[in-house]
Design a binder for this molecule. Sequence first.
Ligand code: ADP
Length: 308
Amino acid sequence: MSGRRFLSIGECMVELSQAGDGLLRKGFAGDTFNTAWYARACLAADWSVDYFTALGDDAMSDEMVAFIETAGIGTSLIRRIRGKTPGLYMINLKNGERSFSYWRDNSAARSLAADPDCLREAVESADVVYFSGITLAILPQEDATTLLAEIRRAKAAGKLVVFDPNIRPRLWSSYDVMHATISEGARSSVLVMPSFDDEAAHFGDDSIDATIHRYKALGAVNIVVKNGADGVRLNFAGEETFVPAEKVKKVVDTTSAGDSFNGAFLSRYLETGDAPAAARFAAGVAARVVSEHGALVVKEKLGLSSGR
Ligand code: ADP
């Protein structure tokens, strides 16, 4: 059981948020990176957690690599591309409402699958491979095809391949490409972890049953459907379980609720194989994450026991 590697594939961006007095605070975040962060916080030390992306050779890329390393997440597989820079987003606050501006069209991460050998080396080194609909959305179509072929190879090799559809229509060239590529992502995976809100809004599911049936029909063996404060539904090898969300006194910031749930869930599931227990644990971690500001809540505030 020792020496296993969890690999998350996607884009981590520079985050600018309001720090008061017109000042901006710099951070780093992105769906697949957030999940790696929580997996690292919750997994035992005999697991390594690595992030796979592409970055540039500028000072901001160096800073991001240093930040990822400080979080205990491996960076040795990250591709560096001369002349490129990381993507950037800003959180705007107006009358208490948050909105987001993105500068990611030319980000280095868009080339993360452009070197197939590099990608293969990373995927082959892992026991668990995690990616999302955002990972697929940012890639040129032929690179998404390359990544999906590598993902299918990983599944065929018996690795646990985990996919969060994370549907973001604005990142896709058309609805049809989005639908087809996300469906292919799910078909290529073993465990699919969608959020019901997204699936209802963009794929027209009128119930959680509909989401489960759609992903089952595509060939996913195991499905976890997250539904915010209404808990999660698990379907593992056909067996259904409902796990409620934890009560939260005051929801402060729901950024990365789903990402943290995924990371915490996987950490327990990988160690015990008990999906309902893993979901109960993850509901506790996600409840703490929505009670704090920001995407990345430090380990000390996650209420983990026994040194995790
Ligand atoms: P996403 O961020 O992907 O939309 P959800 O909103 O479904 O994901 O949230 C993921 C998990 O976070 C939920 O399953 C739940 O455990 C927790 N969570 C989210 N919102 C709340 C809330 N208001 N109260 C308690 N837990 C929450």
